[in-house]
Design a protein. Structure first.
Length: 366
């Protein structure tokens, strides 16, 4: 039993599938995804953006393939990236076949939109022949006509029925290397749909609040929706959908997982909102430290507290800590223990140095 059982999350048991070299489900670490917004036919720009997304900490990247030129461009793109690529396919079955043959690790499709059984068989054969998984991607904005007529509007039951129908289509072709999503821009609808789906299938679930909006509202909606489900043990891979730079999606996704102790990557900063008691400019200091420490991928905790009210207590539980003091004399803590006083003028450089040193120690001890 954990020494802090109130932090334990019992994850739902799911099947394990492969998305290229990345394992999803089956108790593996929850993965973070994003999607390019470049023209896929602009190979150079797409490669650059994929590499930026990957560097920020994504495990999987999705690329849209709306036409033949895009799906065939994947072959060149995949040569220059070191991360599994999901091809986003909507209607034409040939795009899915081309993407699988071009090296995509996964196809995001709705089998019901692909066409008749013969076309679905061809897509499944291409996926099997090329060791390609499939994501059944149900979206409240594009439900099948008969399901919408049955339920009158998108609702949890409608999304789940669509998902199960499409899973059955693939299973009828003996294909089970798949994951599933039931996305909506409505937080309540998404949460309930995923809850219901998690009781109906043991396939890995891809979580997301689709079309969540700009950076601030989208991050909040996604944190509430995905955080609720993750706390309940639901979810094997996540994507934050923002009208913003895809790199920001990865940052938010990783922060959600870090806050729930589901994955640790990079520096986790515990900082106060600041007040009149602060011994240094906390807000500006945190902004600078976030930038200066963004290159560190080793999991490390850092507390930045402006005064002695909570500073020593927080520092006692972090790898590195700084607490504001009088007249610019701030206290540095290492592994929870007071180390030395540091003047405000030297503080940022000293903290960066100690965090980098700690990261090096942790990496060398592996």
């Amino acid at each position: 039993m954990s020494i802090r059982p109130f932090r334990d999350i019992k994850r739902r048991e799911t099947r394990e599938i492969n998305v290229g070299k990345v394992k999803v489900g089956g108790g593996n670490p929850i993965t973070v995804q994003s999607m390019t917004n470049t023209l896929t036919t602009d190979v150079k720009s797409t490669i650059n953006q994929i590499n930026e997304i990957s560097y920020e900490g994504a495990d999987i990247v999705r690329v849209s393939c709306p036409d033949e030129q895009s799906s065939k461009a994947l072959k060149e793109i995949i040569k220059h990236v070191d991360i599994p690529i999901v091809a986003d396919i909507h209607f034409h079955y040939k795009r899915a076949i081309e993407a699988a043959e071009s090296g995509a690790s996964c196809l995001r499709i709705n089998p019901g939109n692909i066409g008749n059984k013969d076309k679905i068989k061809e897509v499944v054969k291409a996926a099997m022949d090329n060791n390609c998984s499939i994501r059944v991607g149900v979206n409240a904005g594009s439900l099948e006509k008969d399901i919408l007529e049955k339920y009158k509007e998108p609702c949890p039951e409608a999304l789940v029925e669509s998902a199960i129908r499409n899973i059955n289509i693939l299973e009828d072709e003996n294909f089970q290397n798949l994951k599933v999503s039931v996305k909506s821009s409505d937080v309540f609808l998404s949460i309930q749909a995923y809850r219901q789906l998690s009781k109906s299938t043991d396939y890995p679930l891809h979580l997301g609040i689709t079309e969540a909006g700009g950076f601030m509202p989208g991050s909040v909606k996604s944190s509430i929706g995905l955080g609720t489900l993750l706390l309940e043990g639901i979810g094997d891979t996540i994507r934050i959908s923002l009208s913003d730079n895809p790199v920001e999606e990865v940052k938010i996704g990783n922060e959600i997982l870090k806050s729930l102790n589901l994955r640790q990557r990079g520096v986790k900063i515990i900082s106060c909102p600041s007040c009149a008691r602060q011994g240094f400019e906390v807000i500006e200091t945190v902004k600078i430290l976030e930038k200066k420490l963004s290159h560190i991928k080793t999991p490390i905790t850092l507390s930045v507290i402006g005064c002695v009210v909570n500073g020593p207590g927080e520092a006692a539980h972090t790898d590195v800590g700084i607490t504001g003091g009088k007249k610019g004399n701030n206290m540095l803590y290492l592994s929870g223990v007071q180390s030395e006083k540091v003047f405000t003028s030297d503080m940022i450089d000293k903290v960066v140095s100690e965090v980098e040193k700690k990261a090096s120690e942790l990496e060398n001890s592996k």
